[in-house]
Design a protein around this ligand. Structure first.
Ligand code: GDP
Ligand code: MG
Length: 178
């Protein structure tokens, strides 16, 4: 079986965009874990001459106040009490099953307290943790947008999942840790 890499982060930072860009067509086997109302998206990242790996997008679905499964991407975190708990739950599953953890943060939005708590949490696993600072859409503001994330104690890798900037840099960093 392939080594597994998990994308972890709060809603709206760009995990699904990143997942889709990395996985391309080798995508979207949805695993429904029995008894858990959460869907997780798995795919495979393959490139000729490079090590293949599995990728899991830990976002996607959460429980709303009525216990219904809703897409937090569509609804946004405002509509979801307890979305932080869901992020932690997804992180916990990823910590168990993944070999490499990628914490995804939003360079435009800046650092949030949840980013810091997640970083601590992931680092505590002893597994390799990478920090992808997403939404750095152009090189001119790169150092400005990444600077504050050094406080997380991880080397920031600036990327733009939407525009494809430095996604190869991120893929190289992942493969070095497989
Ligand atoms: P998720 O909740 O972490 O899965 O985030 P999504 O992948 O759904 O993206 C959330 C929003 O951020 C969407 O509107 C995306 O189009 C946008 N987005 C994702 N990546 C980038 C990026 O690199 N640059 C910019 N400017 N927007 C992005
Ligand atoms: Mg998503």
């Amino acid at each position: 079986t392939l080594p597994l890499v998990a994308l972890i982060g709060r809603p709206n930072v760009g995990k699904s965009t990143m997942f889709n860009r990395m996985v391309g067509r080798n995508r979207a086997i949805t695993h429904d874990r029995p008894g858990v109302t959460r869907d997780r998206m798995y795919g495979e990242v393959r490139r000729k001459g490079e090590r293949d790996f599995g990728l899991v997008d830990t976002g996607g679905f959460a429980l709303d106040d009525a216990g219904e499964s809703v897409r937090w991407d569509a609804k946004g975190p405002e509509g979801l009490k307890g979305f932080e708990a869901e992020v932690y739950e997804q992180a916990r599953i990823a910590l168990d099953e993944a070999d490499v953890l990628v914490l995804v943060v939003d360079g435009r939005e800046g650092m949030s307290p949840l980013d810091a708590r997640l970083a601590d949490h992931l680092r505590g696993s002893g597994k390799p943790v990478l920090l992808a600072v997403n939404k750095v859409d152009g090189e001119e503001r790169e150092s400005e947008l990444t600077a504050e994330f050094y406080a997380l104690g991880l080397e920031p890798i600036a990327v733009s999942a939407a525009h494809g900037m430095n996604m190869n840099g991120l893929l190289d960093a992942i493969r070095e840790r497989l």
